[in-house]
Design a protein around this ligand. Structure first.
Ligand SMILES: Cc1cc2nc3c(=O)[nH]c(=O)nc-3n(C[C@H](O)[C@H](O)[C@H](O)COP(=O)(O)O)c2cc1C
Length: 362
């Protein structure tokens, strides 16, 4: 029975189908709870949340489901801490985006005290919440954090974009590893080498990782229907993680224009860009991405670029101007359809049953 894997058993979920965490608010409590209630694992992308928001949001999820869910955080990388931008640097970085702010009526930015939440404080909130699983990307948390999670019965899941990263995640003591292929939408959480040097497709990455680590592997990137889930299982994965397919569910917070783009012919043309956050991520190509391509080398690093483009992207979402939004999307987006999260999980299960039955007949 394909649904009975070590991952589904240990997480306590009916189907080895994971709704990928999507930071930036996309994975609303409604989405996470709906997926968990439907028998998958809902995941909260929480890297932008303050500890208080994290506690509050998880309480909301728990008011809608008593089933397991996971919380995802971004591990701070050493260079982030070193990024002490001077006022002059900040002003020149902000100036490069002035034309967009003008076009959208966005005020000039003020340099913040800090650009990101405190990871240590988020981790304290995580301990208090004690979700079934904690997943992390862009690195590996200090070993003390993983030990503390184990003590509190929180399963730990690391995201790898290369075999080396998967091996490091296993060595650190994580319970599961996500093999995240370069087809995936959103950011590429590479941490041992530059993201541009870590672009391995899911079809190659999953069996390479399966052969090198003993911990169970979750396949992610380019999976959008029962064919993708069957393929992931055939490659040796014990669960499939989908992000983009859940973005168009009514429970996600993607803007109406982002949804429309995902469901349009434009979704055939995704690209990898650092334009929105300073980190490499996959999105549907639009005017902002195209115009940034000319000056890709001059893009301010994360987290400054992320902070500077955020008000532009937000205003563009409100004004239904997809040309200035971060239209995060994986390469399989043209396969997705709009339906509720529960309906999507049900269809994925039914399709996987069908594909496996077909294969058994041939
Ligand atoms: C909008 C968006 C935001 C994402 N944010 C995160 C995140 O915060 N943390 C993380 O580990 N993965 C993140 N991901 C990756 C997803 O969890 C998932 O692994 C990926 O979307 C799977 O590939 P697919 O988009 O082809 O389905 C994000 C993906 C998208 C599309």
């Amino acid at each position: 029975v394909w649904t009975d894997t070590e991952i589904s058993r240990r997480l306590g979920i009916r189907y080895p189908i994971i709704q990928g965490p999507m930071g930036g608010g996309y994975t609303t409590p409604q989405l996470v709870a709906a997926v968990s209630n439907a028998g998958g694992l809902g995941s909260l992308g929480a890297y932008t949340f303050s500890p208080e928001q994290l506690v509050e949001t998880c309480a909301k999820i728990r008011s809608m489901t008593s089933l397991p869910f996971s919380v995802n955080l971004w591990v701070p990388q050493p260079e982030e801490e070193r990024l002490a931008f001077s006022d002059a640097d900040f002003l020149s970085a902000a100036k490069r985006l002035a034309a967009y702010r003008k076009e959208l009526g966005v005020a000039d930015p003020i340099r913040p005290e800090r650009y990101t939440q405190s990871f240590a404080a988020q981790i304290e909130a995580l301990y208090e919440i004690a979700p079934r699983a904690f997943s992390f990307t862009f690195g590996i948390p200090p070993s003390q954090v993983l030990r503390e999670c184990h003590k509190r019965n929180i399963l730990t899941i690391g995201v790898a974009t290369t075999v080396d990263e998967a091996v490091a995640i296993e060595a650190a003591g994580a319970d599961f590893v996500v093999a995240a292929g370069s087809e995936a939408g959103g950011h590429h959480g590479s941490f041992l080498a530059a993201a541009e040097e870590s672009l391995v497709g899911t079809l190659a990455l999953v069996p390479l990782v399966v052969d090198r680590v003993k911990i169970p592997v979750i396949a992610a990137g380019g999976i959008a229907d029962g064919r993708g889930i069957t393929a992931a299982l055939a490659l040796g994965a014990q669960a499939a993680q989908l992000g983009t397919a859940f973005l168009v569910c009514p429970e996600s917070s993607a803007s109406p224009s982002h949804r429309a783009e995902l469901l349009s012919q434009h979704a055939y043309h995704t690209t990898l860009t650092r334009a929105f956050s300073g980190r490499l991520a996959r999105a549907i190509e639009n005017r902002f991405v195209k115009e940034s391509k000319a000056s890709e080398g001059a893009i301010t690093p994360y987290p400054v670029q992320n902070w500077l483009t955020q008000p532009i992207r937000q205003a563009a979402g409100k004004a239904s101007r997809p040309e200035f939004q971060s239209l995060w999307s994986g390469q399989a987006a043209p396969l997705i359809r709009e339906r509720t999260a529960a309906n999507l999980v049900e269809s994925l299960v039914a399709e996987t049953d069908r594909v496996l039955a077909q294969l058994a007949r041939t």
